[in-house]
Design a protein around this ligand. Structure first.
Ligand SMILES: Cc1cc2nc3c(=O)[nH]c(=O)nc-3n(C[C@H](O)[C@H](O)[C@H](O)COP(=O)(O)OP(=O)(O)OC[C@H]3O[C@@H](n4cnc5c(N)ncnc54)[C@H](O)[C@@H]3O)c2cc1C
Length: 310
């Protein structure tokens, strides 16, 4: 049966689900509260005296191991939206020209409505409706919730309480990310892994297809981010850049532009299954938090949910 499916969340999981459902002949509409594609693979543009610089704000690279995901990534590579990045590892890939490129390509292939935060879902004799402020989007046979675990219960609790319980039992860890653009090259390799309060840092321009001036994205460790979650962004920037200076062997030059982003739900836990589907209710859940905190897990979760839905 051809279904009309609403998907909440246009990150890697939701869009992988949408892509597979469309391939199966279903009609799919995706809703996302964000202004553009990416989710936790988002990019941010910084205005600097050197011009506008695009920085990867969330995941800096992703790994590829599963055969189905390997095939999907190989296809993305032929269309130029991903490339290998050996600096991060033998099985590491990045989006090109920015990390959100594969998600953007998937979003452009379908019906995706951005700037639409879904507050609630409801079911009656005519199927599912989605409520976004005063707007109502109706006429769906099934709903897929593809958002971080912490945001799942509010949407599904009333309809399938067991899904809400699974999500509540799978908390995510936060991450402070600092962006910094310099007008000179820092004396550091292209990546920094596990150095003091730095979990991972990457020289953006060193990634294939990225280019631009000397720009760094620096993720603080989960422990440090948890302890400093409510700190002012300026204090976070100072601490994280100080740590990067330590790696560089001294004080850093003054950045020409900086930014900070607090990911409250950066890296998920893990339920241990690919996806959740209640066929009688017509309600499914996918996302990285079901099978592990990685881009690959998010894709697999969405893809496998669509296979189960038929
Ligand atoms: C700092 C950081 C570093 C990371 N590093 C790596 C790494 O090195 N390698 C790796 O593989 N992975 C990494 N990850 C994890 C990876 O980014 C995620 O696993 C993956 O992108 C999750 O995809 P998703 O679709 O499950 O969720 P998301 O990308 O979070 O997508 C969920 C979407 O739902 C939307 N949404 C939420 N609530 C609503 C609502 N009520 N209505 C409408 N829309 C809604 C959001 O706007 C978002 O776009 C990192 C993540 C972060 C944040």
């Amino acid at each position: 049966m051809r279904m009309r499916v609403a998907i909440i969340g246009a990150g890697m999981a939701g869009l992988a689900c949408a892509e597979r459902l469309r391939a199966g002949g279903h009609a799919v509409a995706v809703f996302d509260k964000g202004r553009g594609p990416g989710g936790r693979m988002a990019t941010r543009r910084l205005d600097t005296p050197l011009g506008q610089v695009t920085c990867d704000l969330g995941a800096q690279y992703f790994t590829v191991r599963d055969p189905d995901f390997t095939a999907r990534v190989a296809h993305w590579a032929t269309t130029g939206v991903v490339a290998r990045w050996p600096a991060a590892g033998d099985d590491a890939w990045v989006g090109t020209p920015a990390m959100n490129a594969p998600v953007r390509a998937m979003a452009e292939a379908g019906d995706v409505r951005f700037a639409t935060r879904i507050d609630a879902i409801a079911r009656d004799g005519d199927g599912w409706t989605l409520h976004a402020g005063d707007a109502v989007h109706g006429g769906f046979d099934a709903v897929v919730v593809a958002v971080p675990a912490e945001q799942v219960p509010a949407l599904v609790e009333r309809w399938v309480p067991a899904f809400a319980d699974r999500a509540r039992a799978t908390p995510s860890l936060p991450c402070w990310t600092v962006l910094a653009v310099f007008d000179e090259t820092l004396a550091i390799g292209d990546v920094v892994k596990r150095a003091g309060i730095i979990d991972f840092a990457a020289r953006g321009g060193a990634k294939p297809g990225h280019g631009g001036p000397e720009a760094w994205a620096i993720h603080a460790t989960a422990d440090w981010s948890t302890a400093h979650l409510e700190d002012e962004p300026a204090a976070v920037q100072a601490a994280v850049l100080d740590a990067l200076g330590g790696v560089a062997g001294g004080a850093l030059p003054t950045p020409v532009a900086t930014g900070a982003h607090r990911w409250r739900y950066a890296r998920s836990g893990q339920v241990g299954c690919d996806a959740l589907w209640d066929g009688a209710a017509g309600l499914g859940v996918c996302g990285d938090w079901l099978s592990g905190p990685r881009v690959e897990s998010a894709w697999l979760s969405g893809h496998r949910l669509a296979e189960v839905m038929g």
